[in-house]
Design a protein around this ligand. Structure first.
Ligand SMILES: Nc1ncnc2c1ncn2[C@@H]1O[C@H](COP(=O)(O)OP(=O)(O)O)[C@@H](O)[C@H]1O
Ligand SMILES: [Mg+2]
Length: 253
């Protein structure tokens, strides 16, 4: 009998309700170690809620989430981080009066077992991560002085500084212009190249096609389609539920 290798992340029938409404409804998929997977779908499809369930900030009502074969469903966000799942938040909330470097160091202090111990170690790791995301030159700037794209970079830096094996990114490229998106793509590639698995939510199709090996489309809390980005984006159901609406919006603006 050959031993089956567990996927790094495995979701089975994950369901999360708010009142009577299932924001996430029976979602199942797997993410292999080293993969880059994109989650797309209309606003309100349940993307952020799904990430919240994985990172432990919201408790699932049904189903299971496994990391390297062991269930992490219902455990605290702090313990999920310790196990090696790092995340960003859609609404960026840095500590404004602190410097960029101090903010990144906080990630290092509250990270996985792989993050460095002690304040000196945390600052050393913060510097490495700021280099990786292209913020090294602004390490001593107060966060309040950062531009939007730089705040997004810092948010990624904080998550990467926790030394995750799996990184969850929630719309880190929203509101960026084309040049900024290209820079952010390079940043995601650089982080991925360090051996981190990436699961990202993104509305920008160029991002999904540009870096993701697989795309998962959520609609009304369900998985509508999943597979190679080029194939998924040509799927008639995906065009109707999601892309059609977005392309129509673009034509109007
Ligand atoms: N804390 C909450 N309380 C009640 N309803 C919520 C909460 N968070 C999300 N929802 C609802 O769940 C659905 C999915 O939301 P969300 O996961 O934020 O979608 P997405 O990230 O895909 O835009 C939406 O209908 C939203 O209004
Ligand atoms: Mg969201």
């Amino acid at each position: 009998m050959s031993a089956a290798v567990s996927p790094q992340l495995e979701l089975r029938g994950v369901t999360k309700r708010f009142g009577g409404v299932a924001a996430v409804d029976g979602v199942s998929f797997e993410v292999a170690k080293g993969d880059i997977v994109g989650i797309i779908g209309p606003n309100g499809a349940g993307k952020t809620t799904l990430l919240n369930c994985i990172s432990g900030t919201q408790r699932l009502d049904r189903g299971d989430i496994r990391l390297n074969g062991s269930s992490i469903a219902g455990i605290s966000p702090h313990r999920v981080a310790k196990l090696g799942i790092g995340r960003t938040f859609q609404i960026v909330k840095p500590f404004g009066s602190m410097t960029v470097r101090e903010n990144a160091a906080i990630g290092a202090l509250f990270g996985s077992a792989q993050a460095r111990r002690g304040v000196a170690g945390a600052f050393a790791l913060a510097d490495e991560v700021l280099e990786l995301v292209g913020l090294r030159a602004k390490a001593d700037h107060p966060v309040s002085a950062l531009t939007i794209p730089d705040r997004k970079r810092l948010e990624v830096a904080r998550a990467v500084a926790t030394r995750p094996q799996l990184l969850l990114l929630d719309e880190v490229m929203a509101g960026l212009n084309n040049v900024e998106v290209d820079d952010a793509l390079d940043m995601v590639r650089a982080v991925h190249a360090t051996g981190v698995t990436v699961l990202l939510i993104e509305h920008v199709m160029r991002v999904i096609v540009g870096v993701c090996r697989r795309a998962i489309v959520l609609d009304f809390g369900h998985v509508l389609a999943q597979g190679e980005p080029e194939v998924v984006l040509r799927d008639e159901r995906v065009i109707q539920a999601y892309l059609g609406e977005r392309y129509a919006k673009r034509l109007k603006s």
